[in-house]
Design a protein around this ligand. Sequence first.
Ligand code: SAM
Length: 283
Amino acid sequence: MNLADINEITKILENNGFSFKKSLGQNFLIDETVCPRMAESCLDKNSGVIEIGPGAGVLTRELCKTAKRVVSIELDNRLAPVLKTSVGEFDNIKIIFGDAMKLDLKKIIEEEFKDCDRVCVCANLPYYITSPIIMGLLESKLPIDCITVMVQKEAADRLCAKVGSRDAGAVTVAVNYFSIAEKLFDVGRQSFLPSPKVDSAVISLKIRNAPPITVKNEKNFFLLTKACFAQRRKTLLNTVSNTLGIDKNHIRECLKNLNISETIRGEALTMEELGKLSDIIFE
Ligand code: SAM
């Protein structure tokens, strides 16, 4: 079976009366080079893997071949008969029909991957929930080693940008705090059925054992980070004061203590500077 073959996948979907739902981000891969590269970049025969959104099962088949155990979570239960056809032959997979944003992934990992050396997330993500899914996985501090996912190219550039560069956003800081982010390869829009309006890229987030900086209060650190990027055209002084309601004189004082110019923009701060500023600004 070659699900990346447009004729084959079309036939399977038609035989099961399936029609694509744009609202669920249903763009299925039809490029046979992509799935093996994704699976091999993060898995070996002792790995467990969680897939979010198996769709028709093209990546799922590759995960079943490469990993020890696969758990695939799919929101759209109309895909049940399709997945039965595409991955029914494998005995190392469990498909859960539900919302990946709402399921207790920690419990799933504890219950399903007892005999695996490590657990990863590997998925072609539904684009409408890319950031919440990635941030949810990182912030919940799940016992996973890495996240290898396909996302929109613009999202990949932002997530993998250098903190302190123009491409960075609050999400870049958060992703870098929890993981080492790397863009693996680009995937053109013609590699999907139906073809979306944007190109994609596969990124790898290797989960850190410990954050690269130590902060007094993680919640405050992320609060400040979000405020720094909230009004990108304004200086840090103005955007932090406007967003968090902190007195400008106090912010000026904190910046002076850290030897940072009061005309700096939030996006120009390094991770270390953001950490130090959050430590003193909320005191
Ligand atoms: N993995 C398949 C592939 O590469 O061809 C399909 C990827 S498609 C971009 C995203 C899939 O995620 C769709 O099958 C969609 O139904 C599913 N999905 C959307 N929202 C979801 C959610 N909240 N939880 C789980 N799956 C979801």
